[in-house]
Design a protein around this ligand. Structure first.
Ligand code: TRP
Length: 331
């Protein structure tokens, strides 16, 4: 059994791309491993320090992950700022993180370009905070995508540096959990190859979307003027619509429209109507759960308390040991 850690940024709502990507893997992992999943609200301060939104965003994302199937009885599901030991470990790691290596980090360079008016120290030390998140539970596995590989490499560097500096073998080296081909790629609706919140208006279907919003977005999905020859290869925008149908509709429905396409009799309007209805059916249980949890403050606070307690138990043990290794002693 591995100890798994992953952080979730509290930005935006969950869409079908998230669901078929990382989320389904989290749901599977929680059955097999000792998992810590947390909402990275400290991290969000590096870009988004707006007190009016912070709590609501954290609540929304917590509720959506619960609705999608994360189980607080199986995984430790917590909010980063509920575990202030994280901040203390971050401080220790920062003492041995070098400006040069932090400045070379690709995500930092990207951020400088994106927010030149706010190049704060938190942005520079984002990788040490992320390292603290991971090694605070002495995790061995981190389920992250390619874009986080460099951060994970830095985590190993910081952990190893600590071990070397104090001549201990305390922090294990965390490795990426790689899902490779298992990931189902979910295309967007506006012709872009990938569903995502930054891919433009109307591109993503969110788990919390109301039926009317889903119908609108699907009916606007990009298509072409239709096939002119039987069994013609599908251009990318059409393949995208079929791929979406593959994940939310029945095989019969998929095969029916596939045949219509091959016979050059396809009516995209009909296909999209069907796709919209099937998406509404597919997302219905999530939508209902999200609503139910959002109005159940008592349940949310019970979940948060449970996560906080389990996460702090693990984190405070690490900090106790780390303080001792560093040489802090109380008088
Ligand atoms: N940096 C991650 C992202 O942008 C979020 C994150 C923060 C994280 N701390 C983490 C992921 C620890 C894995 C482990 O998605």
């Amino acid at each position: 059994m591995e100890t798994v850690v992953s952080g979730i940024r509290p930005t935006g709502n969950l869409h079908l791309g998230n669901y078929f990507g990382a989320l389904r893997n989290f749901i599977q992992m929680q059955n097999e491993h000792n998992c810590y999943f947390f909402i990275a609200d400290y991290h969000s301060l590096t870009t988004h320090p707006t007190p009016q939104d912070l709590h609501g965003n954290v609540k929304q994302i917590l509720v959506e992950y619960l609705a999608a199937g994360l189980d607080p009885e199986k995984a430790t599901l917590y909010i980063q700022s509920d575990v202030p030991e994280t901040a203390e470990l971050y401080l220790f790691l920062n003492m041995n993180a070098y400006i040069g290596e932090l400045e070379r980090c690709t995500s930092f360079k990207d951020k400088i370009r994106q927010q030149p008016q706010n190049v704060n120290a938190g942005l520079l030390t984002y990788p040490t905070l992320m390292a603290a998140d991971i090694i605070i539970h002495r995790a061995t596995k981190v389920p992250v995508g390619k874009d986080q590989e460099q951060h994970l490499e830095m985590t190993r560097t910081f952990g190893n540096r600590f071990n070397r500096m104090y001549n201990v073998d305390y922090f294990p080296e965390p490795q990426a959990f790689n899902f490779g081909q298992q990931l189902v790629k979910i295309p967007g609706l506006n012709g872009s190859g990938k569903m995502g919140k930054s891919e433009g208006e109307g591109n993503a279907i969110y788990l919390a979307d109301e039926p009317e919003a889903i119908r609108k977005k699907v009916m606007k999905a990009v298509t072409d003027s239709g096939p002119t020859e039987p069994n013609q290869e599908k251009p990318e925008v059409i393949q995208n619509i079929f791929q979406l149908m593959k994940v939310v509709s029945s095989d019969e429905t998929f095969n029916y429209f596939d045949e219509q396409y091959n016979k050059c009799q396809i009516r995209y309007g009909d296909m999209k109507k069907q796709l919209a209805e099937d998406m509404i059916t597919f997302t219905a249980p999530f939508r209902e759960q999200i609503k139910a949890y959002l109005s159940d403050e008592a349940y949310i606070s019970r979940v948060a308390a449970m996560g906080r307690e389990k996460a702090r138990e693990s984190a405070s043990k690490t900090l106790r040991e780390v303080r001792e290794i560093i040489g802090f002693k109380s008088f």
